[in-house]
Design a binder for this molecule. Structure first.
Ligand SMILES: Nc1ncnc2c1ncn2[C@@H]1O[C@H](COP(=O)(O)O)[C@@H](OP(=O)(O)O)[C@H]1O
Ligand SMILES: [Mg+2]
Length: 268
């Protein structure tokens, strides 16, 4: 398959930010209501917010970046899986941390990422209930303040920090595993912070934490945008054995398309 000519990285990032802010407004409109929750085939929750945010993002991406393949969580759940990806494609998780959304915990995010040559190159993570948007492209990572109306009102550069000793470890709020607990136990004195969604990558990117061990289930759309932000801020994500953590993985063994292996994300 031929890969279309893409706009510049900064133009792509600006588009991702606009669409994430639009989607965030839709998510917050649902958050303010007494919304219903349905259960998907993988037993995870889904709401009207996931669906309307994904529709906003995909409509915008397909109009403005025609020919670039988009892989999106709710479309994949409905069986819409692109056959070929090309050397650059987009991953969308319109509402990561749906459990936190349903539980009204605030730790939920809108995620859009461009994967280039298997690596997360450009990403936006918008946390509308925290009024914060994180963005990264090669060489630049920023944290922005977002108004309650969903407009960016301030922005500053951010960078991952060299690891503190003992480290500050971020871990899933809703999906902790015994292997994660064993990893934490190997870091005596470490402070552990439970955070939902892709915000864990963003806390590393902003120098607020040092390690994010994920010894449990994630899909590529859960991680790509946060991972892009983290890498842009000087951090890294690897397999548990230190090997390269790549994207665009198709069905392996008995697993589904776009399933991630376990990983460890780190600050600088
Ligand atoms: N048992 C499981 N089955 C499917 N997805 C799971 C899962 N456990 C965790 N996840 C993934 O973990 C994400 C939440 O991450 P965290 O635990 O760090 O908050 C979910 O994203 P969604 O909320 O977008 O479905 C979901 O994709
Ligand atoms: Mg998710």
């Amino acid at each position: 398959m031929t890969t279309p000519v893409l706009p510049s990285d900064s133009e792509i990032l600006t588009l991702f930010e606009e669409l994430a802010l639009d989607a965030g407004r839709a998510v917050m409109a649902v958050y303010a209501t007494d919304f219903d929750t349905a259960t998907k085939a993988d037993a995870s929750p889904v709401t009207e917010a996931d669906q309307s945010a994904e529709a906003i993002i995909l409509t915008g991406l397909r109009a403005r970046l025609p020919g670039v393949v988009c892989v999106a969580e709710e479309e994949v759940a409905e069986g819409l899986v692109p056959a070929a990806l090309g050397s650059a494609f987009i991953l969308v998780d319109p509402l990561d941390g749906t459990k936190e959304f349903v539980g009204r915990k605030g730790d939920f995010t809108v995620n859009i990422a461009l994967v280039r040559d298997g690596l997360p190159a450009i990403g936006v993570v918008h946390a509308p209930a925290r009024n914060t948007l994180y963005a990264g492209r090669p060489g630049t990572a920023t944290i922005a303040d977002v108004s309650p109306q969903g407009e960016i009102v301030g922005r500053r550069p951010m960078a991952a920090r060299p690891a503190a000793s003992p480290p500050r470890i971020v871990a899933s709020r809703s999906h902790r595993t015994p292997e994660t607990d064993a990893f934490i136990d190997r870091h005596p004195g470490a402070e552990t912070v439970a955070v939902g969604s892709s915000l864990k990558f963003c806390l590393l990117a902003n120098g607020e934490a040092d390690l994010y061990p994920r010894f449990g289930r994630t899909m590529e759309w859960d991680t790509a945008a946060g991972d892009a932000v983290l890498r842009a801020a000087g951090g890294s994500t690897t397999l548990v054995n230190g090997g390269a953590f790549v994207y665009g993985k198709r069905r392996q063994a008995n697993d589904v398309d776009f399933a991630n292996p376990w990983f460890i994300a780190r600050g600088a």
